[in-house]
Design a protein around this ligand. Sequence first.
Ligand code: ATP
Length: 587
Amino acid sequence: MKQAKKRSNFQIMSRLIGLVKPLTGYMVLAILMGLAGHLCASFITILGAYGVLHVLGIKTSVSLGWIFALAVGFALVRAGLRYGEQSCNHFIAFKLLALIRDQVFIALRRLCPAKLEGRDKGDLISVITSDIELLEVFYAHTISPTAISFLFTIIMCLFIGSFHVVAGILALIAYLTVGIFVPLLISRASGDVGMSFRKGAGELSAFVLDSLRGLSETQQYAQGNIRLQQMNEKTKRLSKDEAQMKRMSGRNTAITNSVILVFDLAMLFVCTILYQKGAIEFAGVLISTVALMSSFGPCVALAALGSTLQNTFAAGNRVLDILDEKPLVEEITGKAPVVFESQAKGKSKNISVENCDAFCDKKADLAPAAEVSHLSFCYESEEILSDVSAVIPRNQIVGIVGKSGSGKSTLLKLLMRFWRPSSGRISVAGKSIEQINTSDLRQMESFVTQETYLFHDSIRNNIKIAKLSATDEEIEVACKKASVHDFIMSLPKGYDTSVGELGDTLSGGERQRIGLARAFLHDAPLMLLDEPTSNLDSLNEAVILKSLYEQRSDKTIVLVSHRESTMKIADTVYAMEELTKGDVRES
Ligand SMILES: Nc1ncnc2c1ncn2[C@@H]1O[C@H](COP(=O)(O)OP(=O)(O)OP(=O)(O)O)[C@@H](O)[C@H]1O
């Protein structure tokens, strides 16, 4: 996957805000409650100033009784409004985080496997977990505070300006400085430290994951100290970035508070001059100054975001990178269903049942199970397959041999349409695989890779992923074919034994046989097996080869193996080096 794309903060912000659309109603409610809450808080203090005027014997438009009643009312209402605002904001934030997680998982499914094969898994985990989590700051503590601050500033400027226009303009300058200019300056000064911190966090989790996976190699070759040193260096770099972010946050608070004090004094000074000139009454001096002093809350909330926002935008950028990444191979849908018919028994495997008769390609009866012609492929720049042609006849076992790195596994992956060839054609059951729905192709083919991954679930569920509707009997039959049933029955809870409970104790051969059991259960007409017996003893190999041989009547099997004993069951054996001559080869 590519390096993080550099988007401007504005681009990131508008993309993130765009996601709020379905929850606009809640956002408006949060803004209105927040605005009303902040006004209540400020006016409690302003009412206090009116009370002082009363005590001083200066007549005002509000009686002392009303001042007390309003102050108590505002205090009570303020609590409810604050609660309501926070509830709405967090409801929006957590709903959106769930939605973003969903979109990221959909994107990962789209990108897999081609785009994810070389991707750092630890870094990916960091994006899925902590980066998405960080967006909570944006949704719960950024959007509505910004809108609240904007509206609040207008109302307070009008209120203070009602005493004298100069006081109103000074208040506007004060709010803009505290809420926009100071945070902008601080954010500029912090540069890319947020981005660097997020990148470092991703690299550190990737390194930890890598170290855990390679624990035995590290111990065997006494690499512990070197890895520890490398981990310490990464941690130090991360701590340095974090310390810089904290310093900036501290500096931000100090600067903001100083600027507020300066503006409070400036308001007092300006109002005093206006009073001396007779342009404003004493009440105006007191109320304007107290109003400004008590109303920086929403702007301070914005200012505090200045330093954390860089970090949030960096996280947003990494999440958007995944959402925007284009898959190398698009999922194919909406094509006509394809029939994979067994020649031996004349038995058809209807891949998509609906309207099949109307869409079936009758030529498929005669077409080989699979065919590649003039196929070339490169992962990046290095060409792996060059002008490869081969026919895989139906109901045969076709072996593929060749030296390590010659592209045998790659050929199987191309037959699975995990990657797209640079040139040439691949067809299955007579149809170009570009014309077969991805879901149909997955039903037609079983692929057993060299590595069998087992999920932290029971053995039964691990096998059942190949066919969710499988009965216990079907699972047992598949396991017997894969010569793993007796082993599973010897486990403490049999098929219900959790893979997690076994820790890492399953041998390579046991895993491999579970992988084969999945393929037998999937029961696809075209089986692609990549070194299925490489980890097995001759006894288990013999059982599996017998099962495969028996499958031949209604299946086509492509078998990649370096083992001569395995290749003995093949009807046809292709050598990779020979397939590159460009002729369509058939036994
Ligand atoms: N995702 C990938 N990105 C880049 N190169 C890759 C990728 N997967 C495989 N390769 C390279 O492509 C070449 C062919 O790999 P492939 O696994 O198909 O060979 P193979 O014939 O199956 O080898 P073996 O018999 O050792 O399993 C190798 O040089 C390998 O390093």
